[in-house]
Design a protein around this ligand. Sequence first.
Ligand code: KIV
Ligand code: ZN
Length: 516
Amino acid sequence: MPANDHLIIFDTTLRDGEQSPGATMTKAEKLRIARILEKLRVDVIEAGFAIASQGDFEAVKSIAESIRESTVCSLARALDKDIDRAAEAIRAAERGRIHTFIATSPIHMQYKLQMQPDDVVEQAVRSVKRARSHVDDVEFSCEDAGRSELDFLCRIIEAAIKAGATTINIPDTVGYAIPEQFGETIRQLLNRVPNADKAVFSVHCHNDLGLAVANSLAAVSSGARQVECTINGLGERAGNASLEELVMAVRTRQDLYTIDTRVDAQHIVPASRLVSTITGFPVQPNKAIVGANAFAHESGIHQDGVLKHRETYEIMRAQDVGWHTNSLVLGKHSGRNAFRSRLLELGIQFETETELNEAFTRFKALADLKHEIFDEDLQAIASDTRQKEEDGRYGLVTMQVCSETGVIPRARLTLLVDGREHKVEAEGSGPVDATFKAIESLVDSGCNLQLYSVNNITSGTDAQGEVTVRLERGGRIVNGIGADTDIIIASAKAYIEALNLISRGGVRQHPQGADV
Ligand code: KIV
Ligand code: ZN
């Protein structure tokens, strides 16, 4: 294996993470996440699957044009058309990588690919060579390696390295592996593949048994030098290995790992928040590193211990991963410059002065209601402003909701549809139900409401509520998010945003579909 001075962090939030049902992101949202990943100093950003749709292609391309410090990668099946499209999307990157893959397990080769093992090897070799004709940095993945035969893995990996692959990725695609066994597989591959020293070995673990991080760490102990992961562990089904857990495990236990990552951990919590806000997937309070309770001590004995000597109960410092103990930042007297520079510190940059002005007006309105404005409030204002700026068929003009004991709740709204105002009203079992029914009385979207959730962005009854609405239509799932100090208004905004996302339509190919 080439000498590596650090563990390579390959972030796939924008590709595998986006494969979570409902986690579809717009190009602008992906770019914001890519920027914070660059600040985190991740080595490789897998920006998407360029051939999936025109939108995916544009997103990968704009990330390749904007990101300078991290390698930008596009996924491609082992097909000429995928590889050429990936190459086109990453052309402007300072450092670009093509990541091509084909399934190697007996079950995938027989039923999904319907190909003989010899043909799979041939196709892998052809694809790696084609990718190398575009770029020097080529990653080859053996999909479903976790259930593949070791002898076959050795054979296809040797051939892929000979064809020019510089990184070999071993995915546990279905989350089937167990740490001891997975670590042993990596050890065997490194020992048995004759040219293993010519490539970096990587792992990509899914969390179906809750073992993605443990399996990745076992692989690192066996010599893997790249780990693939996502912010908040987002990803297909139960998700991928979580970046924050991997990075902090390796850093906290430097007594066990001889290697560290280049990640600037101070950006971990802001990155987690950003991904959660954009995707609408809340972070559970007891989630390691980034959950609200990760550094909170409830028991009196623990509190007493921490006050006497922090390390009695804490193995990491909250501020080292980006938790600010006192994140009160601005108030109603703060001016535009203070507002702009705090946003910049949070990695939020508006494309236009109009957007900044709009956000500042919202900030002032919120400061009148709430007095104390926290970083989380600013992030919600920024994301709400951007949503408004993006073209949508539907918009909220005004609303009025009546909720009184013994009276059926009623909602009256003025909605904007394709630029024209419409008045609607409906009754419901509660104010939120009445609001959604009023919207549907006009729109008649045919969507199924799959999820409705409310989180308060900061603490206190004057906090902004952040509402997520997940809608499904014809198998397509979207998440709309709305924030407001009034949770009924936040709910209406979230519902309308979800309708806008559904109405944008568009068909995307799934990378792991059968058509190789
Ligand atoms: O889980 C998986 O096998 C993947 C590959 C495309 C790397 O996501
Ligand atoms: Zn995956």
